[in-house]
Design a binder for this molecule. Structure first.
Ligand code: MG
Length: 231
């Protein structure tokens, strides 16, 4: 076999990215139950993306409380809990595996490939993913918020490789290019591939340090195409 393992990013790769407009609506509702100024609340929510990804906030409530303090908004526990619930319900509603995710992972497993996940995500995501059929098809899942490091830190890729017991040069890495994740994967010796859904509504997704425009490596538009890369 050309490769031994296929390692995936989560948002924009195995599952759709958060739709920005719905996300802002949920954040606006959160600000409303907290009596916080909505635009400032939304701004601080996006400004604390790294703190979520690094696990500085281990719960949504901690994130909400931090923002309220920053905005000098006094909030009761019940209001913070209500805001966190809105956030969680929104996330559960929008987090959906891509239509070909389960079938592709099943095929990879059926052909003897190891599978892995490396995601920059908040601390609430691991439990959500655990309830999805995807989880059982991933041999190793590395969640940034649980280990305090994010892509493109080389250590996060190395952790996945160690757990999978594979060499980096035997790994294909599939991601939509946020946070310079493809360059990071190449840096440790993996073979990165950009995935970009041509039907994606680019105005309705939030991207950070996107490297898709400067990417000159292999590109696929759907997960099913991975199977052709392995031939
Ligand atoms: Mg992504």
């Amino acid at each position: 076999m050309k490769y031994e393992a296929v390692i995936f990013d989560l948002f924009g790769t195995l599952i759709d990215k958060f739709p920005l407009r719905e996300h802002e609506n949920a954040l606006r509702q959160m600000a409303s139950v907290l009596s916080a100024p909505p635009d400032d609340f939304i701004q601080l929510w996006f400004d604390t993306l790294d703190e979520r990804g690094l696990g500085v906030f281990q719960t949504i409530e901690e994130n909400v409380e931090y923002i309220c303090q920053k905005l000098d908004v006094s909030s009761e526990d019940a209001e913070v809990e209500a805001a966190a619930r809105i956030n969680l319900e929104y996330a559960v509603r929008v987090i959906k595996p891509r239509p070909d995710a389960v079938a592709t992972l099943s095929d990879l497993k059926g052909h003897g490939y190891k599978t892995g996940l490396i995601t920059n995500c908040g601390a609430a995501i691991p439990k959500m993913l655990d309830k999805m059929p995807l989880a059982a098809l991933l041999d190793v899942s590395v969640f940034s918020a649980l280990i305090g490091m994010q892509k493109p830190d080389p250590r996060i890729y190395q952790l996945a490789i160690e757990h999978l017991a594979v060499k980096p040069e035997d790994c294909l890495y599939i991601g939509d290019g946020d946070c310079q994740e493809l360059t990071g994967a190449a840096g440790v010796g993996m073979h990165p591939v950009l995935i970009r859904d041509p039907d994606e509504d680019s105005a309705n997704v939030y991207r950070v340090d996107d490297e898709a425009d400067s990417w000159d490596g292999p590109v696929i538009s759907s997960l099913r195409e991975i199977l052709t890369l392995l031939e």
